[in-house]
Design a protein around this ligand. Structure first.
Ligand SMILES: Cc1cc2nc3c(=O)[nH]c(=O)nc-3n(C[C@H](O)[C@H](O)[C@H](O)COP(=O)(O)OP(=O)(O)OC[C@H]3O[C@@H](n4cnc5c(N)ncnc54)[C@H](O)[C@@H]3O)c2cc1C
Length: 361
């Protein structure tokens, strides 16, 4: 990532269009786990995107939540992989920003705001991953001056490119804590990313911990029960997940609308998708402004439904050509499946299953 030269000041700034056009052009190059989106992320740094999410006192622009939603909608319709990587960076920044430790914040946040360093999260094993196992996958032990970590994080996006990892761990008594581990620590190892159904270039994989020491000064929260409910940063099934699903729907609906210019028979169905998109966009903006018009779970369920239906409608319109490797519509269909598994709390998973079974939600 590089430092910013031409900051996007608001979601209405024409420079956001300029950035999105470049991200859209780079998107097709991001195919496998060896294609880390370094150029796209560097561009986001140059346009000051990382600053949107960080308070002004730490060098950010401190965008309000509705503007963040509008920004994410644009970015995710241009390139979901890059935007997803940014959400994991933002999750790390938000958890650092909500800690009580100003010294740690002033050490880490200014460089993160400028894109000089990259941070990511390994927290899902405290919420939505490996919860059925008898033993925690990552165990913390109190030692002199800090904590020792052993085990693994099952999922970390961009671990090999990160300077810092906001990591959740459990003590043997079940209490949880959140720490910032340097990726240069002795004993920490990010394994190469998995080849995924979509978003492989996000370089998501395991991070192993073998007696990794993390100093007490890098503890963000805990030890305590169920700390993710209180640790700040959005929680599972949060607004940003729904926003990215709606953003990807935008890409598919735009494609359909262009097709309908020469194929009027497509129009009725596209109008229905467009109106559902607008409805969901309003719900997202209301929720971001603190006046929710439905629950977070309802929003996420509806966003999942729209992204699956709109991307598959685009495939129907693109026909066989859309099923050939390299066509954007095929990529969007694969990417849409991600929302069935990403940070998907039980009520949302249950609602998805009901819809797929053809039952009333
Ligand atoms: C591309 C991608 C990127 C991600 N990036 C990050 C990231 O950067 N940071 C982060 O913290 N998280 C990340 N996640 C994790 C994500 O948010 C979810 O936590 C994850 O998808 C949950 O899936 P899981 O396979 O780990 O779930 P699990 O619940 O662990 O399920 C795994 C398997 O266990 C079995 N199983 C599940 N439940 C039960 C049960 N009750 N009884 C018996 N068997 C069961 C099933 O066979 C299942 O296939 C990412 C996930 C993906 C796919």
């Amino acid at each position: 990532m590089t430092s910013s030269a031409e900051n996007i000041e608001s979601p209405d700034d024409p420079k956001l269009d300029e950035l999105c056009e470049q991200l859209e052009n780079l998107g097709p190059l991001l195919q496998s786990s060896s294609d880390w989106p370094s150029n796209s992320l560097a561009l986001c740094g140059q346009y000051g995107v990382y600053r949107w999410f960080i308070e002004t006192r730490w060098g950010g622009l401190g965008w309000q939540e509705p503007d963040v939603v509008r920004g994410y909608l644009r970015l995710s319709s241009a390139c979901l992989t890059t935007t997803f990587v940014i959400t994991q960076f933002v999750a790390a920044c938000r958890r650092i920003a909500t800690s009580q430790d100003d010294a740690l914040k002033s050490e880490l946040l200014p460089d993160l705001a400028l894109g000089k360093t990259f941070a990511t999260v390994g927290i899902s094993h405290l919420t939505t991953s490996r919860r059925h196992l008898a033993k925690p996958v990552l165990v913390a032990e109190k030692v002199a001056g800090g904590w020792k970590l052993n085990g693994y994080c099952p999922w970390v996006t961009g671990g090999q490119s990160a300077d810092n990892l906001v990591v959740g761990a459990s003590l043997t008594d079940g209490a949880q804590l959140l720490l910032v581990a340097s990726m240069n620590s002795t004993g920490i190892q990010a394994v190469p990313g998995f080849e995924l159904v979509g978003l492989s270039a996000s370089q998501t994989g395991k991070v192993n911990f073998d007696n990794v020491f993390v100093a007490e000064s890098r503890r963000l929260s805990g030890p305590g029960d169920n700390i993710m409910a209180t640790a700040g940063g959005g929680g599972t099934g949060g607004l940003q997940t729904s926003t990215l699903a709606v953003g990807l729907s935008r890409a598919a609906i735009n494609y359909l609308q262009k097709q309908a210019l020469v194929r009027p028979e497509l129009s009725d169905n596209i109008d229905a998708l467009q109106s559902q998109f607008e409805h969901l966009q309003d719900h997202l903006l209301n929720a971001a402004a603190g006046n929710p018009s439905c629950s977070r779970e309802e929003l996420r369920t509806a966003a999942n439904s729209l992204v699956l239906r709109s991307t598959q409608s685009a495939l129907v319109a693109a026909k066989g050509a859309g099923y050939v490797e390299g066509h954007p519509v095929g990529r969007w269909c694969r990417e849409a499946l991600f929302f069935l598994v990403w940070s998907c709390p039980q009520p949302v998973a249950q609602a998805n299953l009901c819809e797929l079974a053809g039952l009333e939600i």
